[in-house]
Design a protein around this ligand. Structure first.
Ligand SMILES: [Cu+2]
Length: 241
């Protein structure tokens, strides 16, 4: 009874603390908002489990501690069928629910633009240890490690991603968009992003491309600064390149 009350109290405190935090800032893409929603839902579901485990550890620690000189073991407990059944059923149901939502429904959400014509296509190639970009049909390439990847706001951007032959696997990740996909030699993967916020790496380090697959010595330096600007400014940038 006491343990139950502590569990409920801890859960309420933890859920309220979590919902009042904005750990990663706001996402800068529509897909990022879906992913943040999924993350928040999974956290809200996970918190009661965490507080339950903490409460039970604390409860048995105090309840069953040795008192005085009584040091012998109590009678062994083999199993508790009701508890085992209860635990198996609700954890199985919870797993199945999150596979469907936000798992499968989330995948549909971030893939819903795949049949649309993008406003901009960027072909991305990874190599140890830098990213290279080609703005398809716009005559612009970014081949230097210090180049900034400039993107238009309020646009559907499709990244076609691969890695050079004879290279290793990399992973193309833009934290501000919450999107990431592997860059594999001999294979082209893609990632769609609907940009929703202007931003620059200098103000928010989430505006960067970062390799997210350990690929050797300079893996941590395999990043590109990202800047999202208004479409008119983007067109001007393209013209001036
Ligand atoms: Cu890498």
């Amino acid at each position: 009874m006491t343990a139950g009350a502590i569990w409920v109290l801890l859960t309420i405190i933890a859920e309220l603390s979590f919902t009042s935090l904005n750990i990663f800032g706001d996402a800068a893409s529509e897909q990022g908002e879906f992913i943040d929603d999924a993350f928040v839902l999974l956290m809200l579901l996970a918190i009661p489990i965490l507080t339950f485990v903490i409460t039970m550890i604390g409860y048995v620690f105090f309840k069953f501690r040795a008192k005085g000189d009584e040091l012998e073991d109590s009678a062994p407990t083999r199993t508790h069928t009701k508890w085992v059944g209860f635990w198996l059923i609700w954890t199985t149901v919870l797993c199945l629910v999150v596979i469907v939502h936000p798992g499968y429904t989330g995948l549909l959400e971030i893939r819903q633009t795949s049949a649309e014509e993008p406003d901009l296509t960027v072909n991305v190639t990874g190599r140890r240890w830098q990213w290279m970009y080609e703005y398809e049909g716009r005559g612009v390439q970014l081949l230097m490690k210090d180049d900034t990847l400039v993107l238009p706001n309020h646009s559907l951007i499709r990244f076609n991603i691969t890695a050079e032959d004879q290279d290793v696997i990399h992973s193309f990740w833009i934290p501000a968009f919450r999107m990431k996909i592997d860059a594999v030699p001999g294979l082209t993967t893609y990632m769609d992003v609907n940009t929703t916020e202007i931003g620059h790496f200098n103000d928010d380090v989430n505006f960067r491309v970062q390799c997210a697959e350990l690929c050797g010595k300079d893996h941590s330096l395999m990043f590109t600064r990202v800047e999202v600007v208004e479409p008119a400014e983007f067109e001007q940038w393209i013209t001036n390149r």
